[in-house]
Design a protein around this ligand. Structure first.
Ligand SMILES: *Cc1c(COP(=O)(O)O)cnc(C)c1O
Length: 367
């Protein structure tokens, strides 16, 4: 039996054990700002900036999947910022992926650098050759976004640890079912649960996971003090989305694998980047550290016009930024200034039945 499967099944049955009579399958949405307190208050339910039972429900569920303590946030960026601000002080050096989530770099340049944190970047595919000594924090995002280059998590995290730094993996694209950075030696995981983990494109959400009590305690203190807290309803939505993650992600990744191979063989396609294809330069690494090739495919068409035409012509692709939802979507990334070809499209494969989706893609490519 697969350990991921066992964890997921266990996670599904946590919620039904929550209410006093074990009757409710879904966690309650607890809207409260204050709690009735005993003369000597203790625990987290003292004031609602400290704790909320709906957060507890989703954090326990995510904790089972991560096999770690989890703190949730109202967005992926709030989770990433919490790690930065809980860990970094003036004089520290941080290393960020040059080809990772853009707003992470903006956050560091605009707010950390002026406070005396030295911010450096490295391309994900080059992380293996980079000297990692002297960094307080090294952030890894693999597959990178949008080019889908990989970094060897186990090797990089071992080097960061040997040099006395802290490794943080942004695991948004793969989710804890697709890639397990903490098992591979990472100190912390951050995730934009806005994407595949929630999967329904109806809420922003995020989390931080760590097995080291000091590291996760620092993040919990940050949230309690600055108030970057998720709302109870958003937490409930995040939990509801999470409960179908396993079936959604399995469909999405299986479809992506099939469609990536067919795209690579299509005459209208210049290039395909997909970690699950043997043509990917780091395919062997993908097989070691990912449970699948993921749900994102990099597709390069001839030029900007061809890419825009394809997206507009495909009835089952909606042009959107963001990915990981049940509805397939696509985006020409050069429109955001990403260092990719003008005809490069990031295709996010959703939960549509595979052959129907492929037929729509093939028709749009031939149009
Ligand atoms: C979307 C995303 C984020 C930010 O998440 P938000 O919920 O939009 O704040 C961070 N990292 C990656 C890899 C993302 O894709």
């Amino acid at each position: 039996m697969d350990a991921n499967d066992a964890r997921f099944a266990h996670m599904l049955h946590l919620a039904s054990k929550r209410t006093p009579d074990n009757a409710a399958f879904s966690p309650p949405i607890v809207n409260t700002s204050i709690y009735a307190l005993p003369p000597d208050p203790s625990g987290i339910y003292q004031y609602a900036r400290w704790g909320n039972p709906t957060w507890t429900a989703v954090e326990e569920a995510l904790g089972v999947l991560e096999d770690a303590e989890v703190i949730t946030f109202p967005s992926g960026m709030a989770a990433i910022a919490a790690v930065f601000y809980a860990l970094l002080k003036p004089g520290d050096r941080v290393l960020l992926p040059a080809d990772g989530y853009y707003t992470t770099r903006i956050c560091a340049d605009k707010y950390l650098a002026p406070m005396g944190v030295e911010v450096e970047t490295v391309a994900t595919a080059q992380l293996g050759e980079r000297d990692l000594a002297g960094y307080r924090l090294v952030m890894i995002e693999t597959p990178s976004n949008p080019a889908l280059d990989l970094a060897d998590i186990a090797a990089a995290c071992a080097r960061v640890r040997a040099a006395g730094g802290i490794s943080v993996v942004d695991n948004t694209t793969m989710t804890p079912l697709g890639q397990r950075p903490l098992d591979l030696g990472a100190d912390m995981v951050v995730s934009a649960d806005t994407k595949a983990l929630n999967g329904h494109s109806d809420v922003l959400f995020g989390h931080v996971a760590a097995r080291n009590a000091d590291l996760i305690g620092g993040v919990r203190d940050w949230r309690r003090i600055v108030g970057a807290i998720p709302g109870p309803f958003e937490s409930w939505l995040g939990h509801r989305g999470l409960e179908t993650l396993e079936v959604r992600f399995a469909r999405m990744c299986a479809s992506a694998q099939a469609i990536a191979g067919r795209l690579a063989a299509h005459k209208a396609v210049r290039a395909v980047s997909y970690p699950g294809l043997p043509s990917h330069p780091q395919h062997a690494l993908a097989q070691r550290q990912m449970t699948s090739g993921g749900a994102l495919i990099g597709v390069t068409l001839v030029d900007k016009a061809a890419a825009e035409r394809f997206i507009a012509a495909c009835a089952l692709l909606r042009p959107a930024t963001g990915f990981g939802g049940v509805h397939s979507s696509a985006e020409r990334r050069a429109r955001w200034g990403d260092q990719v070809a003008e005809g490069f499209i990031r295709l996010s494969v959703g939960c549509e039945p595979t052959e129907v989706l492929w037929q729509a893609i093939e028709q749009a490519l031939s149009a």
